[in-house]
Design a protein around this ligand. Structure first.
Ligand code: PMP
Ligand code: GLN
Length: 379
């Protein structure tokens, strides 16, 4: 058997969560909340299943959910999106990102990714016969170095992968970044795949900058969103992709044969929620900022250093004043010995730089965050 993905093993998230479980550690590794979804959501799911909403939904998603999503985009982003031709409900952003890449990348195409890069993009590009071209984010700030990006563009560049707020770094792009990307995309004729699953988690008064709000990028992008993040139901694996009609048509050609549909009673429950509590996502930034601040304030006596995450629910901690150990080894050792699991950042690079950084998920209850910080302070 010739492997199509010879360098791929089990994801770091599965491995670290497994290790956390085996050692009964506080799991700040894999990104998922340890608290309940908003009131009423789980009950609605049960009720819809009981009421008989158990067969296939329309391929592009329930019309009422797509209308509710269009309402969300108007309310939170001030953009007009056609629910029929531009929104596709999918079983998770992972699936729609895979479908978008598969729909547009042909053998020999190049796809620009920014390192550290979320782990699902590269295998999708490789399975499509494309090649990823890795451009590192600026060390320390994790901003995009647009000079380096421009140098990486060739005639074969088909797609640019953007992720903001960023996993694992917690950085976020500015409107100026999108202007530069828009100019480059237009000049060189490439498309953009924009992973915005943490769109509502931006802190300290920042505003999320979406490709949907940028006129040039709006016409050349797939934008991906996840209810897993927005409504704290990662296990429901439901999200959506917004793209202009011609890109949506291509995405759906793949989606209809990868998953065909997203789960029906889940879509009904999400529609109920968004129809009745359209403002709910606005409460997320304050809630998660409080959790971030609780965690980093509790670490203030430690020898870690950090820049507070601008977005996402991940906080990077630099441990270079504590240890010279590689992050892959240290994250495992601290899971076993300290009972705190984290994610090593080097695994998301083609060529890891000289840095000593671990990622901690702060989508956790106050007790877990405080206990984890106390153990980390004791090092
Ligand atoms: N992109 C990023 C950056 C993520 O962190 C995640 C969360 N796991 C996803 C995509 C996938 O989201 P979903 O669970 O909806 O597939
Ligand atoms: N995106 C989540 C994280 O970064 C994990 C999702 C997964 O396990 N694939 O932790």
């Amino acid at each position: 058997l010739i492997s199509k993905l010879p360098r791929v093993g089990t994801t770091i998230f599965t491995r670290m969560s497994g290790l956390a479980q085996a050692h009964n550690a506080l799991n700040l590794s894999q990104g998922f909340p340890d608290f309940s979804p908003p009131e009423g959501l789980a009950q609605a799911l049960g009720e819809h299943a009981m009421r008989g909403h158990n067969q296939y939904a329309p391929m592009a998603g329930l019309p009422r959910l797509r209308e509710a999503i269009a309402g969300q985009l108007a309310l939170h982003r001030n953009v007009a999106v056609d629910a029929d031709t531009e929104i596709t409900v999918v079983p998770g952003a992972t699936e729609s990102i895979f479908c978008a890449i598969t729909a547009v990348v042909t053998p020999g195409d190049e796809v620009i990714v920014l390192d550290p890069v979320y782990d699902s993009y590269e295998p999708a590009v490789e399975l499509a016969g494309g090649r990823t071209v890795h451009v590192p984010l600026r060390a320390g700030s994790f901003d995009i170095d647009w000079v380096k990006v421009e140098k990486a563009i060739t005639k074969r560049t088909k797609l640019f992968m953007l992720n903001s707020p960023h996993n694992p770094c917690g950085s976020a792009v500015s409107a100026k970044d999108l202007d530069i990307l828009g100019e480059l995309a237009q000049k060189h004729g490439f498309l953009v795949c924009s992973d915005e699953v943490y769109e509502h988690l931006v802190y300290d008064g920042r505003k999320h900058c979406s490709v949907l709000q940028h006129p040039v990028l709006r016409s050349r992008s797939f934008a991906h969103f996840s209810f897993g993040k927005t409504l704290s139901v990662t296990g429901w694996k439901t999200g959506y992709c917004v793209a202009p009609p011609e890109l949506t048509r291509e995405l759906r050609k793949v989606h209809q044969y990868v998953a065909f549909v997203a789960v029906t009673p889940v879509q009904h429950a999400l529609a109920d929620f968004l129809e009745t509590q359209p403002d709910y996502p606005s409460s997320l930034a304050g809630d998660y900022q409080r959790r971030r601040d609780l965690f980093i304030t509790a670490l203030s006596g430690s020898r870690f250093s950090w820049t507070p995450a601008a977005g996402s629910y991940f906080q990077l901690l630099d441990y270079s004043d504590i240890s010279d150990e590689a992050d892959t080894e240290l994250s495992e050792r601290w899971t076993r010995e300290l009972g705190v699991a984290s994610i090593p950042v080097s695994v998301f690079y083609e060529t890891p730089p000289e840095q000593r950084v671990l990622r901690f998920c702060f989508a956790k209850s106050d007790e877990v965050l405080l206990e984890a910080a106390e153990r980390l302070c004791a090092i």
